[in-house]
Design a protein around this ligand. Structure first.
Ligand code: 13P
Ligand code: SF4
Length: 303
């Protein structure tokens, strides 16, 4: 089946099922193009919480669909490919976090949304890359903070706020592929360009950046800035939206190697099968869901 036939069928089924398709900014171009909403982790969570559709087809990775599911308990949340996980989220388990909490019984637990629902259930408050700084500022009266799992996001927030955290050795395998030498090479090729990177990048990369932003922040920056050329240090999927929304500007990936294989597992065919067979449903057991929801809601309420 060609793409236009697939899209036609997807749209028909979407109506029949009263479904909405939401896609992360790292999804394949064609998946982003059929989505009703494309955004970053925070934007997608918000969208999932406010939609009045019966079915949410979540094109992203597992922790994002789980977050959507706990925020919209009455809705059916489907993932077109259930194997689309996030290796960073898998770097810490609930047992490991419980042990860390035992070592630091007084500490407040701040978890990046890139965590499993079981880890969120052990968490006081969540954050995303777009609100981590603000959340930490809100926690100014808290003495000790355990910040898991991304050591690079924690380090970035630490340099910005002056706060020290109890951290975990987690990181994003895709963002660590972006090297300072990649940025320097791109800067040499495009001397007038601004450099925008994601906070999951390593410190030497962040040092070379004009701005450090979430994927949605990167899209906003591109639109609002007068810069005509921008070097982008994050997963390459975001370039599709950047180019589409800013036809007069040029965008250069720091490196073509920064692709997240899990994000690319979702295809148009799988979106269609997902709607046809109502697969693969992401359901979170209620006991875990209630606890995890507290941590997510605290984040959503603050910002
Ligand atoms: P954003 O919240 O910036 O979309 O990032 C999510 C993510 O997984 C980055 O690798
Ligand atoms: Fe996880 Fe990194 Fe992929 Fe984002 S880009 S989903 S953090 S592995």
């Amino acid at each position: 089946m060609n793409d236009s036939k697939l899209i036609e069928k997807i749209n028909e089924l979407k109506k029949q099922r009263n479904a909405v398709i939401i896609a992360h900014n790292y999804q394949r171009d064609e998946v982003q193009d059929i989505a009703d909403f494309t955004g970053d982790s925070l934007g997608l969570s918000r969208k999932a919480a406010e939609t009045d559709a019966d079915v949410i087809v979540f094109c992203g990775v597992h922790f994002m669909a789980e977050t959507a599911s706990i925020l919209s308990p009455g809705k059916t949340v489907l993932m077109p490919d259930i194997n689309a996980g996030c290796p960073m989220a898998d770097m810490i388990t609930a047992d490991q976090l419980r042990s860390l909490k035992k070592e630091h019984p007084e500490a407040h637990v701040l978890s990046y949304v890139n965590t499993s629902v079981e880890v969120k259930a052990e968490t006081d408050i969540c954050c995303t890359s777009s609100n981590a700084l603000k959340i930490v500022e809100k926690l100014k009266d808290v003495e000790d903070i355990i910040f898991v799992p991304d050591k690079y996001l924690a380090n970035y927030v630490s340099t910005k706020t002056g706060r020290r955290f109890i951290t975990w050795n987690g990181y994003c395998p895709t963002h660590v592929k972006i090297q300072a030498s990649d940025i320097l090479r791109q800067k040499e090729l495009h001397p007038g360009a601004k450099v925008i990177v994601h906070p999951e990048c390593t410190p030497p990369v962040l040092e070379l950046a004009d701005a450090v932003l979430s994927t949605e922040g990167i899209c906003r920056y591109a639109e609002e800035s007068s810069a005509k050329e921008i070097i982008v240090g994050t997963e390459t999927g975001v370039l599709h939206r950047l180019k589409k929304e800013n036809p007069g500007k040029s965008f250069f990936p720091a490196t073509e190697h920064a692709t997240c294989p899990n994000m690319k597992l979702t295809t148009l065919e799988k979106v269609l099968w997902s709607l046809e067979k109502m697969q693969f449903e992401v359901r979170v057991p209620e006991a875990v869901s209630v606890k995890a929801l507290n941590a997510v809601n605290r984040m959503v309420e603050i910002l």
